[in-house]
Design a protein around this ligand. Structure first.
Ligand code: RP5
Length: 160
């Protein structure tokens, strides 16, 4: 199976970003977590993005806050699917990061999840990889069934 790269702009993003790693792990998806910054380590970030496909990655998840250019920089340097996680924080509490991540120019998309939406970034990465992996698709189906059962249980308790 292709690997997922989980990139964060700063170690301060890790408490949220680790949620994506845990979710990928629970689906048995191989991943690597890295701290790379579009601003503080631009050359390393670009080099990673440029060789990512050859290095066996299938999806890139990029988390950054404030002037959140990380996902866009990765998208500009790779044709792999890039999922952006805008991070909460700073004077605007993540709205700046959301807009910086989602408002990409035509031809260079970033699939942007909610502010701090690390878990959904992992689910989306899993769904992308499941296109060519039936076993992973089955695990995603199982997860949906489990979620529905949990809601049914809560509904039954409410009605009891
Ligand atoms: C962004 O700036 C990072 O992704 C982080 O969300 C934010 C703050 O970074 P630190 O100053 O905590 O390193 O680039």
């Amino acid at each position: 199976m292709k690997k997922v790269a989980v990139i964060m702009g700063s170690d301060s993003d890790w408490p949220v970003v680790k949620g994506a790693c845990e979710q990928l792990g629970s689906f048995g998806i191989p991943y690597e977590a890295h701290i790379l910054s579009a601003h503080r380590t631009p050359d390393k970030a670009a080099a990673f993005a440029k060789s990512a496909r050859a290095d066996g990655f299938g999806v890139l998840i990029c988390a950054a806050g404030m002037a959140a250019h990380l996902a866009g920089a990765f998208a500009g340097n790779s044709t792999l699917p890039v999922i952006g996680i805008p991070m909460k924080g700073g004077a605007m509490d993540g709205l700046d990061a959301l807009l910086a991540t989602v408002q990409m120019p035509s031809g260079i998309p970033v699939a942007t999840v909610a502010i701090n939406g690390a878990k959904n970034a992992a689910f989306l990465a899993a769904q992308i990889l499941s296109v060519s992996d039936d076993a992973l698709a089955a695990r995603l189906d199982e997860h949906r069934v489990k979620m529905a059962a949990q809601i049914a249980e809560k509904e039954a308790k409410l009605q009891a």
